[in-house]
Design a protein around this ligand. Structure first.
Ligand code: MG
Length: 336
């Protein structure tokens, strides 16, 4: 078995701004797993929020690939599942490549391999990053065929963004504060106002470690609160039960498809709603989450739609509907 990889720079169609910062380009490492004449693809979209970069990913891959003698995709999968934490995006890339390989080996798309119903995918939202009113207007117009908008907030004046969008559309809006509201009373006032704007739910209103404040907040507001930065891995979940109504699972945070499936089961057992989200990713990482999406209540799988230079083709999204087809594995192929 052989692992190889290549780092891509994914360029955003618009500079992407959230409460933590802004970017025009994001690194992504595409992994290729070659075994028995079958090739599987995976992706790491490292996030500085979780201490990862293209370098930490490629360091991890270099070290892993030097210890693959006698290993098969199946045995490597077992080894990854018992490995220590950290390097989640890098491990996700290998885990996704193993799943793609297994799907191709059995000539089945992953959703079929897992016995899921491809007609049960939730509609995905489309993300509108923080921007000037003029650019927000342009972005909302570009998202005309997307039935659900996810709006980034968590900065001073974020009400203006929602106000602007509400002058243009009655579509469902979900708001993501990315830990941006630091004071619980401020978060409460923002959310009560967002409720009047018919916002469906709010993601990560406060910093990840402020669970006591979020517990207080949850009792003051009426719409669901979804944990993202507070819910990186399965170990985080028990503490979230009384603070949040649901969690946003990302393959890059938790280490791939296998950990995400375990996280979905755990969330259900705790009575938490499940959202599947993403980083800025190519169609490889997005496809992996799409195949899991029949298990989710909500989807925010638009990372590939926000970039200009996706190096892969994969399952398409049409008017928010994610279309899983019969291509084996992830159903992705490199663009020529
Ligand atoms: Mg989020």
């Amino acid at each position: 078995m052989k692992l190889s990889w290549r780092t891509y720079q994914l360029h955003l169609k618009h500079p992407f701004t959230i409460a933590r910062g802004s970017s025009c380009v994001r690194s992504s490492v595409i992994v290729t797993l070659d075994h028995d004449g079958i090739v599987g693809f995976g992706e790491a979209a490292p996030s500085p929020r979780y201490g990862e970069s293209a370098e930490t990913v490629t360091d991890y891959l270099s070290s892993l690939s030097s210890e693959l003698s006698g290993e098969t995709p199946e045995s490597l999968s077992v080894r990854l599942s018992s490995a220590a934490g950290g390097n989640c995006a890098a491990r996700a890339a290998v885990d996704i490549a193993i799943h793609d390989w297994k799907g191709r080996k059995s000539s089945l798309p992953l959703w079929r391999l897992w016995g899921l119903d491809a007609s049960n995918t939730p509609l995905t939202s489309f993300t509108i990053g923080i921007d000037s009113p003029e650019t927000i207007e342009q972005k909302v117009r570009e998202a005309d065929d997307c039935p659900i908008l996810k709006v980034k907030a968590g900065v001073d004046g974020d009400e203006d963004i929602v106000k602007k969008i509400r002058t243009m559309t009655d579509k469902p809006i979900r708001v993501d504060a990315n830990e941006g509201w630091k004071v619980k009373e401020l978060a409460r006032d923002k959310i009560l106002w967002l409720e009047e704007q018919k916002v469906e739910f709010v993601e990560q209103p406060m910093p990840a470690d402020r669970l006591d404040d979020v517990r207080w907040l949850r009792a003051q507001v009426h719409i669901p609160l979804i944990a993202d930065e507070s819910a990186a891995t399965i170990a985080d979940l028990p503490a979230l039960r009384d603070a949040f109504d649901g969690i946003n699972i990302k393959l890059m945070k938790c280490g791939g498809i296998a950990p995400a499936r375990a996280m979905i089961d755990r969330a259900r057992s705790l009575g938490l709603k499940v959202m599947l989200g993403c980083m800025i990713e190519s169609s490889v990482g997005i496809a992996a989450a799409m195949h899991l999406s029949p298990l989710a209540d909500y989807a925010d799988l638009d990372g590939n739609l926000l970039i200009d230079d996706d190096p892969f083709d994969g399952p398409v999204t049409r008017a928010g509907a994610m279309i899983l087809d019969e291509r084996p594995g992830l159903g992705v192929s490199p663009r020529k």
